[in-house]
Ligand binder design. Structure first.
Ligand SMILES: Cc1ncc(COP(=O)(O)O)c(C=O)c1O
Length: 363
C-alpha cells in the first residue's frame, strides 16, 4: 500500500497537536483537566463574536461569501489598507499552504529557524518543497545568520514574530534591516499570530512594513480573539501577490460562522483589553512563581512561556497529565528538557504551579 503514497509524504513527520481535554479525562480517568497546551484564550471567545455566531447560524444552508467582502473591508479599515491587500484563510495554517503553493517552485526552497512553528516545515514538505533551517541564537531568530544562508534557490523565509515555542521576538530595527536589502527573488512571511500580547515598545508591525517590500504578514483570530475552533486567519500583502494567492485558495475556504464571528470580534475592544490584562498578570505571576522554585524560563512577549524543567520534559509532561494539567511537550522541537505552558486564568496558573511543584518535588 505504501508504494501508492508520494515519496515526500512518506518522509513527513505529522504535526502533534496539544492533547485534548476530553481525551485526557478519558485516558486517565480524571474529572477535572485544564489545558495549557495550545496557546488558546483561556477566558473563552469574544462575546461579540459569540453573539454574531448565534445570529448567523440560521444562514448555514447558504455557502459563505467567497470573497469575504464584509470582513476584508473591516480589516482594511482597521489597518488603513484596501480589501485587495487581504486574503482570508482557514486559520494561518491554511495561509501557509496557500503561500507555499502560490510562490515556491519545485526547485526552490523555504528557509526558517530550526526551532519555530512546525507547520512551516511540514506544509513545505507535504508540497514537496525543500526546507533549510538556521539555529536560533539565545532562543531568538538569528536574522544575520539567516541572511547568510540565502541562496539562489531560497524563495520563502518564514519568521514567526513572536516566535513559537520560545516567545521571543525580533525587534523593529533588526527586521527592517533584514528586509531592506534582501535579494529580489526572496519573499518574507512574517507570522504575527501573537501580535496582540506584546508589551515591548520596539516590536515591529508587519501591516506597517509590507508596502514596497517583499513581505506578507499573517495574523489569526485563534489566539487573542478566542476563535481557534472556528479556524480563521488573514494574510496582508501587496495587491499583486494577494491576487495570485486568491487564485490558489479554495472558493469557500472560510466558513460563514467564522467570517461573522471574526468581523464582530474586531469590534470587541473590551474583550481584547481584558485578555491582554489577564495574560500580562498571568505572565508575571508565573515568572515569580517559577523564579521562587529556582526554575528558569525564556522571557516571553506572547501568551505562553517556555520552561526549562532541568529534567526530561516528556516525563514532566506525562506526570503533569496525571495531575490534570496539559502542557506542551517539546520533544518534537528537540527541546528535551522543556515544556511550554500557555498563560491561563489566575486559577489555571495557580493549578499549574501547584502541580508543577508536586511533579518536580519543589516546595
Ligand atoms: C506561530 C504560529 N503561527 C500560526 C499558528 C496557527 O494559527 P491558526 O490557528 O490560525 O492556524 C500558530 C498556532 O499555534 C502559531 O503558533
Amino acid at each position: 500500500m505504501k508504494k501508492l503514497v508520494r515519496k515526500n509524504i512518506l518522509k513527513v513527520t505529522p504535526y502533534k497537536a496539544g492533547k485534548p481535554i476530553e481525551e485526557t479525562k478519558r485516558e486517565l480517568g480524571l474529572k477535572k483537566v485544564i489545558k495549557l497546551a495550545s496557546n488558546e484564550n483561556s477566558l473563552g471567545a469574544s462575546p461579540k463574536a459569540l453573539a454574531a455566531i448565534r445570529k448567523a447560524v440560521t444562514a448555514v444552508n447558504r455557502y459563505p461569501d467567497s470573497q469575504g467582502f464584509y470582513l476584508k473591508r473591516k480589516l482594511a479599515d482597521k489597518f488603513s489598507l484596501v480589501p485587495e491587500n487581504i486574503v482570508l484563510g482557514n486559520g494561518s495554517d491554511e495561509l501557509i499552504d496557500i503561500i507555499i503553493k502560490t510562490f515556491v517552485e519545485d526547485r526552490e526552497e523555504v528557509l526558517t529557524a530550526d526551532i519555530t512553528f512546525l507547520e512551516y516545515e511540514i506544509i513545505s514538505r507535504v508540497n514537496g518543497r525543500r526546507v533549510s533551517t538556521v539555529p536560533l541564537k539565545n532562543f531568538r531568530f538569528d536574522l544575520r545568520e539567516m541572511k547568510k544562508q540565502i541562496t539562489g534557490k531560497t524563495k520563502l523565509i518564514f519568521i514567526a514574530n513572536p516566535n513559537n515555542p520560545t516567545g521571543t521576538y525580533v525587534p523593529k530595527n533588526e527586521l527592517v534591516g533584514f528586509i531592506k536589502d534582501l535579494p529580489a527573488h526572496v519573499l518574507v512571511v512574517l507570522d504575527e499570530a501573537y501580535d496582540t500580547f506584546i508589551d515591548v515598545p520596539d516590536f515591529p508591525r508587519g501591516t506597517e512594513l509590507f508596502k514596497n517590500n517583499n513581505l506578507i504578514v499573517m495574523r489569526t483570530f485563534s489566539k487573542a480573539y478566542g476563535l481557534a475552533g472556528l479556524r480563521i486567519g488573514y494574510a496582508v500583502g501587496d495587491e499583486v501577490l494577494t491576487a495570485y494567492m486568491e487564485r490558489v485558495r479554495q472558493p469557500f475556504n472560510v466558513n460563514l460562522l467564522a467570517q461573522a464571528a471574526a468581523a464582530a470580534a474586531l469590534d470587541d475592544d473590551d474583550f481584547l483589553l481584558k485578555t491582554g490584562k489577564s495574560v500580562l498578570e498571568g505572565k508575571y505571576y508565573l515568572y515569580d512563581a517559577l523564579r521562587s522554585m529556582g526554575i528558569s524560563y525564556v522571557p516571553s512577549v506572547a501568551n505562553f512561556i517556555l520552561v526549562d524543567t532541568a529534567r526530561n520534559g516528556a516525563g514532566v509532561f506525562q506526570s503533569m497529565l496525571k495531575e490534570g494539567v496539559i502542557v506542551r511537550d517539546m520533544q518534537q522541537y528537540g527541546l528535551n528538557n522543556y515544556v511550554r505552558v500557555t498563560i491561563g486564568t489566575r486559577r489555571e496558573n495557580e493549578k499549574f504551579i501547584e502541580a508543577f511543584k508536586k511533579v518536580l518535588n519543589k516546595k
